[in-house]
Design a protein around this ligand. Structure first.
Ligand SMILES: [Zn+2]
Length: 362
């Protein structure tokens, strides 16, 4: 019985072979497998097409920069209105603890970063956790959202740059020994350019750390809606890349990145059926062509700007720089990934990567 279930995980994805509107942004292939059709708000209809060469599933056609900034703003408003302030504050602390845990994992591997760059830092609290372990690191963050940057500047005094991970910033070349992209790679339009920049920005033997959803599970909801309801699904958050664990590794190996750690974690989603079970509740909502303009024009005034006081957030008995083992144990208790699965299996919720960046050959 268990054997039979395990055979079904993950499910094989069937799709018609099609000629793509745009070639694969990772490997350039011009055909692919049609897995779903989604509507990104009322902004764009796009297919989810899996590249049969590299395994990456992407929106075809890809969003433009304008599509993305409109949709991102609408999503930011929509999400702020439905998540309670207390929950958002708890997330800051969670991110801090995850940063602490990540810092310890680097220490165990005998790495001590000095210059750190994060793409899309969110609230910046993951980096605060890292800085708790390595107090002398210098931190630079980039984002396309000015509000994110202003928050990071005023809360943490990081160096901030308004740009995308794809855009090449010359003054970053050869500067960083740790580059971080947590839950970012699934959002970028030109994924190959990001990896090129990571190489350029890194000092010799620098590190690249990312987390990104297991693409197979992430696209499962759209796949079900398309294949079982025969409807377009709703895409509100701009996940434009859905990574195949094997394809992503092969790509990075091909670019001479060396894996230090590469695994998938969190099995809860898989146990609930994501990636293999056909159930109505696992399906993505059928598209209503929700209006991005409505949120941007009518609802933005309802978004309250939280006042976040860093001392309050980090005022916890176990956060004490004289007794660092306390925060380590608490962070480990809350966030350690005890079950690590080979991403090649495409099972589990999220892929964790830590790679050594190759020395450039000019
Ligand atoms: Zn490809």
């Amino acid at each position: 019985m268990i054997k039979n279930i395990l055979k079904k995980i993950p499910a094989h994805l069937n799709g018609e072979s099609i000629k793509r509107e745009e070639s694969c942004r990772l490997c350039g292939a011009s055909s692919g497998k049609l897995l779903a059709v989604t509507n990104y708000w009322d902004i764009k209809n796009a297919s989810l097409v899996q590249c049969e060469n590299c395994g990456l599933t992407q929106l075809d056609p890809m969003l433009t920069e304008d599509d993305m900034s409109e949709g991102c703003l609408a999503y930011y408003i929509e999400e702020s209105l439905r998540s309670p302030e207390e929950e958002r504050k708890r997330n800051l602390l969670r991110n801090f603890r995850k940063g602490v845990l990540f810092g310890y994992s680097l220490k165990k591997l005998h790495y001590a970063p000095e210059e750190v760059l994060e793409f899309g830092p969110g609230t910046g609290y993951f980096l605060q956790g890292l800085k708790f372990i390595f107090p002398d690191i210098r931190i630079t963050v980039i984002d396309i959202n000015q509000e994110v940057l202003s928050f990071n500047k005023s809360q943490h005094n990081y160096d901030t740059f308004k740009t995308t991970p794809e855009e090449h910033i010359q003054e970053f070349d050869n500067r960083f020994d740790l580059i971080i992209a947590r839950d970012i790679l699934e959002h970028v339009m030109d994924i190959a350019k990001v990896f090129v920049n990571v190489r350029k920005y890194s000092r010799p033997n620098g590190l690249f750390h990312f987390i990104t959803p297991n693409g197979h599970e992430d696209l499962w909801k759209h796949y079900l809606t398309y294949n079982y309801l025969h409807k377009h699904s709703e895409l509100l958050i701009n996940h434009v890349n859905y990574f195949d664990g094997n394809g992503l590794l092969n790509y990075l190996l091909d670019k001479q990145f060396t894996p230090v750690e590469y695994y998938t974690y969190k099995l809860k989603t898989t146990l609930r059926g994501r990636g293999w079970k056909v159930r109505p509740k696992l399906m993505a909502a059928v598209s209503q062509n929700r209006s991005a303009g409505y949120y941007i024009n009518e609802k933005i005034a309802e978004v309250k700007n939280d006042t976040i006081n860093k001392e309050d957030i980090l005022n916890k008995w176990y956060i004490n720089s004289k007794r660092k083992y306390l925060i380590y144990w608490i962070s480990w208790y809350h966030h350690a990934n005890l079950i690590k699965i080979d991403p090649k299996l495409n099972v589990g919720h999220e892929i964790y990567g830590l790679f050594q960046i190759p020395v450039k050959s000019h």
